[in-house]
Ligand binder design. Structure first.
Ligand SMILES: O=C(O)CCC(=O)C(=O)O
Length: 295
């Protein structure tokens, strides 16, 4: 083990998540905040989301509101360097082995006062793979607490089924807690000070409420899988060519031999016509798990 204790690994295997405090130097967090300020300047004048920035529904060109910075490791060297550092990769290697491939990155802004909801879902419902050594590392950019829309998980749900994420036969990227026998009362908030990281299993049910507080809640995600976890056909995994797939290796060796294990799989098909981001996909949900009458 490089960075985690056996106890932490056992906890992750049992509960499906971990929070590690003080994992990323505050100087790096400051550098990321400064990059974000640059993106905010870029969003001024924009009329719609583009391949770099996903805008809030309430965005206007005069009062820019960014919901998500897309693929930030391609837009910021600080974010890329952090991704390749042991702050991120050492704990991930302890959990899913030495050979790691990047699935995607994103920086969810959840800004003070209006930051958008993320409905309950399982990442594996979006991108089923041949095995479930698939996880997401969240780098906490602003102190995250109950008031500013923290990431929440359903402990142990990574050992259960993949729930139905369809509405009217179309993939909607969201699951209903109640109809699946789950209760918001059992949710755990992955809170921590800036510089902490959360790690959640690809199959764990998770979501987050809107941020109605006066403090931003920015969370940078690195989504990673074992190199021998290959996407199942119909997965939303971007896969242009095997060469491009191998360029996404973060450490260790690639393979041409997928490891098949007994994992529950549902295919996120057919896709809706608004499939540019989770926010747009989830806009099909009529009764939010986080609307006032539900929580
Ligand atoms: O930002 C959050 O609170 C959750 C993000 C998430 O689950 C996602 O973007 O898939």
């Amino acid at each position: 083990m490089e960075s985690l204790t056996k106890r932490q690994i056992d906890f992750y295997n049992e509960q499906g998540y971990l929070v590690l405090e003080n994992q990323v130097p505050l100087s790096t967090i400051e550098a990321i905040r400064s990059e974000i300020s640059g993106f905010k300047r870029e969003a001024k004048g924009m009329t719609e989301s583009n391949e770099c920035l996903d805008l809030e529904d309430s965005h206007t060109p005069e009062e820019p509101r960014i919901r998500r910075i897309k693929l930030p490791h391609t837009q910021s060297d600080v974010v890329k360097d952090l991704m390749l550092s042991d702050c991120i990769l050492a704990p991930v290697r302890d959990l899913i082995g030495p050979n790691l491939r990047l699935h995607t990155t994103k920086l969810n802004m959840k800004s003070a006062g209006y930051g958008a909801v993320i409905e309950w879902h399982q990442d594996f419902a979006f991108y089923p793979h041949t095995n479930d050594d698939v996880l997401a590392v969240g780098v906490i950019i602003d102190d995250m607490g109950s008031e500013n829309g923290p990431l929440m998980v359903m402990p142990g749900s990574h050992r259960g089924p993949i729930y139905d994420h369809h509405i009217d036969g179309v993939f909607a990227g969201a699951m209903n807690l109640a109809t699946n026998g789950l209760s918001l009362d059992d949710a755990v908030e992955l809170n921590g000070p800036a510089g902490s990281i959360s790690i959640h299993h690809g199959r764990i049910a998770h979501g987050s409420a809107p941020n109605t507080s006066d403090r931003d809640r920015r969370l940078l995600f690195y989504e990673v899988m074992a190199a021998d976890a290959f996407p199942v056909m119909g997965s939303m995994t971007r896969f242009d060519s095997i060469e491009e797939y191998d360029e996404r290796m973060l450490c260790g060796e690639t393979t041409r031999t997928p490891r098949l294990t007994s994992v529950p799989v549902r295919i996120p098909q057919p896709q809706p016509d608004r499939n540019r981001s989770i926010y747009e996909i989830q806009s099909q949900v009529k009764n939010s798990a986080f609307s006032d009458d539900r929580c």
